[in-house]
Design a protein around this ligand. Sequence first.
Ligand SMILES: CC(C)(COP(=O)(O)OP(=O)(O)OC[C@H]1O[C@@H](n2cnc3c(N)ncnc32)[C@H](O)[C@@H]1OP(=O)(O)O)[C@@H](O)C(=O)NCCC(=O)NCCS
Length: 280
Amino acid sequence: MSADELVLKRLSTQQLDALIDAQNEIFADYIIPIRSSREFFAEFMRSVGGKLEDIIVALSGDEIVGYVNPVVDGTEAWIGGLGVVPRMRNQGVGARLMEAAERYAEEEGAEEVLLEVIEGNLAAEKLYERLGYIPRVAYLSAEGNATQFAGFGQPPRRSHLENILALHERSYAGTCWQRRKRCALEESARTCEIYRNDEGFVLLRRVAGTGFIPFLGVDPEHGRKGVGTCLAKFAVNRLWELGTFKIAVYNIDDNDANRRMLDLFDFAVTLKQTEMRKRL
Ligand SMILES: CC(C)(COP(=O)(O)OP(=O)(O)OC[C@H]1O[C@@H](n2cnc3c(N)ncnc32)[C@H](O)[C@@H]1OP(=O)(O)O)[C@@H](O)C(=O)NCCC(=O)NCCS
């Protein structure tokens, strides 16, 4: 079947397993290996505020050969995933899916669409540029070792989701969808230890031998006073206490302060993503 004959439709709930299979085929040769599953995808959807019924699939007969996952929140929309199975690539399917997602977003009231692309994903970069997406800022992922620290000042206190919502809103206001939306914080709060002091907060989690610090925020009013460094030392030390070896951080704004912080902790950048946006 040629690309023009494919039918684009909303995902039905009975197609969820087929979508997961298609994702595993699509992302098998991806820059970072992604292995999807029902649980993985459900957690992802909760964390970004996505709805399964908003996903658009490209069908060849009954078979899913591509999908796009638009998420709308007020006047902004975000593309939570786009993919086409290898044998159907470079025939315009990706562009058709993106155009359908933009139409849907516009109907829902969005005025702008955002997305992120991993640096070096040339096909996706080319497609988005051709559709009129403009690069805006970059986000970094990095990895380092858990280390024992002493002398990080007064340790932050164990806290709860309700007590960090305002701090999160202030400290993450200008950053990426996957960190600034409240649903992202709520999802992480289900599985993470939460700590805060008067000026900032940090979330951390151990999964097998690996530690994650999904959130570390400082109220902008208290920026540049070493609060972030103290919270980071606390988190790295806590993950060391929990018995992790490696620590991963994702989606950090690529700016001088964060680069200095990564250097200080000897964290190496593993991935850079560019946020692109288009006004509808
Ligand atoms: C990105 C992806 C969705 C594109 O789907 P597609 O159906 O091939 O998209 P289209 O055919 O509409 O457009 C692809 C464009 O990439 C270009 N392209 C393909 N491979 C390329 C490469 N290695 N270098 C540069 N450009 C490339 C094609 O020439 C085409 O551009 P053109 O029409 O201007 O010539 C598909 O490659 C894919 O599923 N990749 C794996 C998952 C992924 O990366 N998703 C996006 C995450 S941000």
